[in-house]
Design a protein around this ligand. Structure first.
Ligand code: GLU
Length: 536
């Protein structure tokens, strides 16, 4: 047993606890897939009293982007993702490491990878390979011409059996080399049976490739590093994207070669969308702004709505659970790997908006107003001051029509909510619609003047509306829409046309929530000022 086994001893956790991890490569772009993966890993660990950690997979130095991990952690934390262990962000945003299973950056774990590379070399399960780029290209060409599987295996594995002396000599001559797994040490296994936590029992061809485990730059490949790390970090479930499924035989072969027990692999389905042509395709960084996580922050989706949506697309029984438990917190829902989809998960913004509307109904106006302020500060700084100055208006405006048995469910995300409520703020108020057709041009002023004259801010709703009705009748408009419908020739229009003129003056649009409530929020002064302004 190596010292590493005792240094990184088995974790003391309750039976059934999941130890999961996120293994990002520091390449910059933070996308919905990162959040989706992080959320699944975190939720499964938390609901079993396990551990969720972050390991930085930075063995590809060429692709590294400075600050990428800081950005990833802060973007994910906005949506409620936090790590128990590993690379974590301090309150000032700088990175630190926490936990006894580190270091948690692969670039700092060379010693442990080298130890096990040496071990495999000594045991004859790995070998030094001196094939040059040109030779590799030549092999590939020959294999393609002969319609063979490409790669280094069997007869193509020219350096499998060279002597230790030759290896030493070539190395001392400064020849570049990689270390490859000798796949043939496990000869005889042609088929692999492996259990995937999401996909169930899988039968795959066993690995025959002498894959690279240590690159010419001395760093391990993903294949090798993750096997070592997940073993010594005592990961119980490797939950990762479907794109890794085809390498699973390699990973199982490496676990076997090292004599480690593999964790349970869970390969999640890829995020897809139905595009304009009706075809289902992978979300693309270039074509789909909704792939980027910043899309959701700048549009101002509430973290709880995003969580709710993720659960909807992740677990097939979530919606049913939610219908039965409309007010329960998501912590009460038990996520199950065997209820996850196995092929393309559809990301659909319309559906997200629906989910979001249902989620926001359960969040108090006060909290939503806080959220709007935070969103404004981050995404629309010019709005932040307006919200602050008009905080009470903001809160009351958000709350219009939300109480009672049939609360309004039309608030979906901050940018849309603002659009909806912007007329409350003088800076953003503008008249964008036209008066209704039934109202003759000359009548607009007449109706508004009469309204201004009769307006008493203390009127209750009934008296207020009776006054509008009286104005309508006095000016040739039917007191009820149905009277107008019955005898259209007797009237210019009906009371609805009159109230629409008033709405237009107050809101700038011909449709809006209840005008009476809006007036109460605007206050008498603003109501009068806006009517006056439209009078010109
Ligand atoms: N570094 C890998 C990636 O960026 C992580 C895959 C895994 O979770 O094992 O996709």
């Amino acid at each position: 047993m190596s010292d590493f086994e005792s240094k990184y001893a088995a974790r003391e956790l309750p039976v059934g606890a999941f130890v999961t991890r996120l293994g990002p490569s520091p390449t910059g772009f933070v996308h919905l897939g990162n959040l989706y993966m992080a959320y699944i890993n975190m939720k499964l660990a938390r609901q079993t009293d396990g551990v969720f950690f972050l390991r930085v997979e930075d063995t590809d130095k060429k692709r590294e982007v400075a600050g990428a991990i800081e950005t990833l952690i802060s973007s994910l934390s906005h949506f409620g993702i936090s790590f128990d262990e590993g690379v974590i962000a301090l309150p000032d945003g700088t990175l630190n490491e926490e936990g006894s299973y580190g270091p948690y950056r692969q670039s700092e774990r060379k010693e442990i990878y080298d130890y096990f590379t040496e071990k495999l070399l000594t045991e004859g399960k790995a070998y030094h390979c001196f094939l040059t780029e040109d030779e590799l290209a030549e092999i590939r060409e020959k294999q393609e011409a002969a319609k063979l599987v490409t790669g280094i295996y069997g007869e193509w594995a020219r350096y499998r059996d060279i002597s230790t002396e030759e290896v030493r000599e070539r190395i001392s001559n400064g020849e570049s080399y990689v270390v490859r797994l000798n796949a043939d040490y496990a000869e005889g296994q042609s088929e692999l049976k492996v259990f995937d936590g999401i996909r169930g029992e899988l039968t795959m061809p066993a690995n025959v490739m002498d894959v690279v485990i240590k690159k010419a730059d001395g760093l391990p490949t993903y294949h090798f590093a993750h096997v070592i790390d997940d073993h010594f970090m005592r990961t119980t479930h490797v939950i990762r994207g479907e794109e890794w499924l085809s390498s699973l035989p390699i990973h199982i072969a490496l676990f076997e070669a090292l004599g480690f027990e593999p964790p349970t692999y869970c390969h999640t389905a890829v995020l897809m969308k139905i595009d304009e042509n009706g075809t289902k395709r992978k979300l693309s960084k270039r074509k789909d702004p909704e792939l980027s996580l910043s899309y959701y922050t700048s549009e101002g989706y509430h973290p709880l709505a995003i969580e709710e949506y993720l659960l909807t697309i992740i677990n097939s029984d979530f919606e049913e659970w939610r219908a039965a438990n409309p007010k329960s917190p998501t912590e009460d829902f038990e996520m199950k790997t065997d209820k996850m989809g196995v092929s393309g998960i559809l990301v659909d913004i319309e559906k997200l908006n629906d989910v979001s509307k249902n989620t926001l109904v359960n969040i108090s106006a006060e909290e939503l107003a806080d959220f709007m302020e935070e969103w404004a500060m981050a995404a629309r700084p010019e709005l932040a001051a307006v919200f602050k100055q008009n905080r009470i208006t903001l809160e009351r405006a958000i709350d219009i029509g939300r109480s009672g048995d049939k609360p309004r469910k039309d608030l979906a995300y901050a940018a849309q909510i603002f659009d909806f409520l912007s007329f409350f703020f003088d800076e953003y108020f503008e008249i964008t619609d036209e008066p209704p057709e039934n109202v003759l041009a000359g009548d607009v002023n007449v109706l508004l003047l009469a309204y201004l004259d009769s307006y008493d801010h203390n009127d209750d709703r009934d008296i207020w509306f009776d006054k509008i009705r009286a104005i309508a009748v006095a000016n040739g408009y039917a007191a009820k829409p149905k009277d107008f419908k019955k005898n259209p020739d007797d009237y210019k229009g009906h009371v609805g046309d009159v109230s629409t003129v008033i709405r237009l003056a107050l809101v700038g649009r011909t449709s809006s929530p209840d005008v009476y409530e809006i007036q109460q929020i605007l206050g008498e002064q603003k109501v009068r000022a806006r009517i006056q302004a439209m009078l010109g």
